[in-house]
Design a protein around this ligand. Structure first.
Ligand code: PEP
Ligand code: CO
Length: 445
């Protein structure tokens, strides 16, 4: 079948909102088609080349951010803190793993969520489920829950404001290796792991000075880093509206993000999401889990990367600490048997979700760490390589995941549980995980 940005419409599209007013949706999509894009094809191509490097074993990918961004969180300090924690983690990883780190945020467009049920019933009243801030609002009223296409435009604006601020911070020297204090979060000095972090930062600052003394000049490469965006490409109408041709390049690019991914619930081979993603030029990722057969995984590789282009396809396995030993080798074998090579990332969050005694959704730091550790070991044993991690985290001092150096308990969860969806690693837990991963490079302090 010939691919077009709209050919997905011939396939079953799950997890899509039902807009009562088709004309209003069409008007919003027409506006979305006209507005300037959020990213450029050059950046998209540059990321694909970087992912190819990671796939070849020359770098490590750190992908992270909120489970779902919210319109309310489109605020300067929250965005800066999210960027800071990712930069700090990446610094620790560069130092420990002795290799470049590709930084990708779940940011500037991670607004729409797949849900397990289409509707929600409370006290005999049934309304559409909340699907994220670009679709509807969480309050349980008909006015809030009915999908509103204007929110797609609001999401585009907020994504643009977010990416604009991130670019400004990075270009302005926020990520300058000469000034790691710019990325410090207020409470870093009180964190249990502050000393370990500071030692790594000092070692890097010393190396930068040493290199520049040798070179006899400031090295421009140390002044800035690259930062890319990603989100789950869930709402196909909106993704297609931002899929465009660009001058002097073949094909179509999704210019709403650098790296769109397909979630576990929308990865059916003959479904609309796979059809849409197969035709765009961006690098793409797919979440893979224990419920997928070897044939399904092999077919995803064939359909999404028919030319076996390095950097094009990333598989993000999310199995759970208890299932990874049995599940991951089968997935690796399936890809290999199909004659494909992919970039492997581990999402140690989504297979480890549990409900605490008080009903809050949580994850244990130890399960998260154990899934990452198992991923390193299993890939090494299978002759493949773990090329990075995909995490849900925040730059704030929240209490959503259990454990970590401060050993958060179920009682602590109530203190600062702010996520509307999945529980995130807080700032300290995120940094702790990075320090543990960094130890895999064998470069201790
Ligand atoms: C997510 O990444 O927030 C998510 C819903 O993941 P998955 O598709 O792996 O369940
Ligand atoms: Co999530």
């Amino acid at each position: 079948m010939t691919w077009t940005p709209e050919s997905w419409q011939t396939r079953p599209a799950v997890q899509q909102p039902e807009y009562p007013d088709r004309a209003a949706l069409d008007a919003a999509l027409a506006e979305l088609r006209r507005l300037p894009p959020l990213v450029t094809s050059w950046e998209v191509n540059a990321l694909k080349a970087k992912l190819a490097q990671a796939q070849a074993g020359h770098s490590f990918v750190l992908q992270g951010g909120d489970c779902a961004e919210s319109f309310a969180d489109c605020e300067s300090s929250l965005i800066a803190n999210r960027l800071k924690v990712l930069l700090q983690m990446s610094l620790v990883l560069v130092h420990g793993l002795r290799m470049p780190v590709v930084r990708i945020g779940r940011i500037a467009g991670q607004y729409a969520k797949p849900r397990s049920a289409d509707v929600e019933t409370r006290d005999g009243v049934t309304l559409p489920c909340y699907r994220g801030d670009t679709v509807n609002a969480p309050e349980f009223t008909a006015a809030s829950r009915i999908p509103n296409p204007q929110l797609l435009l609001e999401g585009h604006k907020r994504s643009a404001m977010t990416i604009n601020f991130v670019r400004g911070l990075i270009d302005g020297g926020f990520a300058d290796l000469h000034h790691p204090e710019y990325w410090d979060l207020d409470w870093v000095h009180h964190a249990p792991l502050a000393e370990q972090y500071s030692k790594r930062v000092q070692a890097i600052t010393d190396s930068v000075k040493f290199m520049e003394t040798l070179a006899g000049q400031t090295i421009g490469e140390f002044n800035r880093v690259d930062f890319y965006t990603s989100h789950e490409a869930l709402l196909l109408n909106a993704e297609a509206a931002q899929t465009r041709r660009v001058p002097r390049q073949p094909g179509y690019y999704n210019l709403s993000t650098h790296l769109p991914w397909i979630g576990l619930r929308t990865a059916a081979i003959d479904g609309a999401h796979v059809e849409y993603m197969r035709g765009i030029r961006n690098p793409v990722a797919v979440k893979v889990g224990a419920s997928m057969s070897a044939e399904w995984i092999a077919e995803l590789c064939r359909v999404l990367n028919p030319d076996r282009e390095p950097g094009r396809l990333t598989l993000i396995h999310r199995l759970g600490a208890g299932k990874i030993d049995a599940g991951l080798p089968k997935i690796i074998d399936a890809v290999r048997a199909a004659g494909h090579d992919v970039l492997w990332l581990c999402d140690p969050m989504h297979g480890n979700t549990q409900t605490a005694g008080n009903g809050l959704k949580t994850r244990r730091f130890d399960d998260i760490l154990s899934e990452v550790e198992a991923s390193f070991a299993i890939h090494a044993a299978c002759g493949t390589r773990l090329g990075g991690v995909h995490l849900e985290l925040t730059g704030e001092d929240v209490t959503e995941c259990l454990g970590g150096a401060r050993d958060l308990t179920e009682t602590d969860l109530e203190r600062a549980y702010r996520s509307a969806v999945d529980p995130r690693l807080n700032y300290e837990q995120a940094l702790e995980l990075a320090l543990k991963i960094a130890a895999h490079g064998g470069h201790k302090l």
